[in-house]
Design a protein around this ligand. Structure first.
Ligand code: MRU
Length: 361
């Protein structure tokens, strides 16, 4: 625990003494582990846009805790004014990144608190918001632990695993989604060999996944994005585990750009491709992958970031989508906290969501 009473490894946290959102600044990893403390809605939005906090579940938790932090500074005792300010700030955060459904999911839960408590004073509303935000954080930890248990049933000791982007502890509060079975296996002596795609253009695999797995003592090998076919052809990979930013009801899954290429290569070599995601990433309002809005980011991420001098010709056209959609036909299973959904996903995802509702989520 640090001086704010926060577990030092948590990616996203609440400083309950000063009511501040505390984040590990992921843009500085792996060179520097620096925490930032945020209290204003615009700075929280900026942190999400700049990927100082990133990964679908972590964005959701940051938005929930962030909304409480921001609301705790409203200078009004009038519940009506409080609600108006809350809705305005909620929209500010909601517009930060469009693809990860966990952002709007968490913000909708926070807004639900205000709807449930129409007669309450500002003080009581704040207490209820704090309670909900901390619940969203705690659920994330528990959900990832359960994804780990379910995911581990798909793996064998000494397996080679390939992962793309960072669906690790840095993308959640703790444990991660795609990395949760890996961490659990590590504890049980499974001796996995994990290959991380570097994940152009922002290098979440090289900077974040390789960093956190190596720190945890996992056998970790970094490869460039265009090497997955080669390592699968060598027979080194027994399973692919990736995260998700939004799962449509037919199983089509949006995740970091390049994921769909890995899935196609895995299908070619008969390697099972699994998506690990909390049920909060399954979007009942999205029927199929083509309905998912894909975030596009700045050209400079492709042409100059990470290079001492710009490496692409000035004026060249650049296309930089941050995510792609993997077709459900390429996915062997979707590992959630409520079990593993298998094709046909139209049926199994509904069952998984119903299980969650029966569990009170
Ligand atoms: O742009 P990012 O770094 O937020 O993208 C992250 C991913 O695509 C992750 O794989 C996904 O959010 C799942 S995180 C558990």
């Amino acid at each position: 625990m640090d001086k704010w009473g926060i577990d030092k490894t948590d990616t996203v946290a609440l400083d309950t003494q000063d009511n501040a959102l505390v984040l590990i600044d992921q843009t500085r990893l792996p060179g520097e582990i620096r925490r930032i403390r945020l209290t204003k809605v615009q700075e929280i939005r900026e942190a999400i846009c700049r990927l100082q906090v990133r990964g679908a579940p972590a964005i959701g938790v940051a938005a929930a805790l962030g909304m409480y932090v921001v609301a705790s500074r409203y200078e009004t005792g009038d519940p009506k004014v409080f609600r108006e300010k809350f809705l305005q700030d909620k929209e500010t955060l909601n517009s930060a990144r469009p693809t990860a459904v966990n952002l709007s999911w968490a913000l909708t839960r926070m807004e639900g608190v205000l709807q449930k408590e129409p007669e309450k004073s500002v003080e009581d509303l704040l207490q209820a918001l704090k309670h909900e935000a901390l619940r969203i954080r705690d659920e994330d930890i528990e959900v990832c632990r359960r994804i780990g248990e379910n995911g581990l049933t798909l793996l064998q000791p000494n397996d080679g695993i390939l992962t793309h982007c960072n669906a690790g502890r840095l993308a959640t509060v703790r444990f991660g989604t795609a990395t949760a079975p890996i961490y659990l296996g590590q504890e049980k002596g499974y001796n996995f060999r994990v290959f991380c795609d570097e994940t152009r253009p922002l290098l979440q695999g090289a900077r974040l996944t390789a960093f956190e797995l190596q720190e945890a003592g996992v056998d970790t090998t970094l490869i460039c994005d265009n090497m997955s076919g080669h390592v699968m052809q060598q027979g080194w990979i027994n399973a692919v585990l990736v995260g998700a930013d939004r799962v449509a009801m037919n199983g089509d899954t949006a995740n970091k750009i390049g994921t769909s290429v890995v899935a196609a290569v895995a299908a070619r070599f008969g390697v099972p491709f699994y998506v690990c995601a909390p049920t909060s990433t399954i979007d009942p309002a999205t029927a199929k992958g083509s309905d998912i809005r894909i975030e596009e980011r700045g050209a400079e991420e492709v042409t100059e970031l990470w290079y001492e001098t710009r490496m692409a010709p000035e004026g060249v056209k650049v296309f930089n989508p941050a995510f792609d959609v993997t077709d459900h036909s390429l996915i062997a299973g979707i590992v959630t906290e409520h079990g593993i959904a298998r094709p046909p996903y139209e049926i199994s995802l509904k069952e998984i969501l119903a299980r969650g509702q029966a569990d009170g989520q």
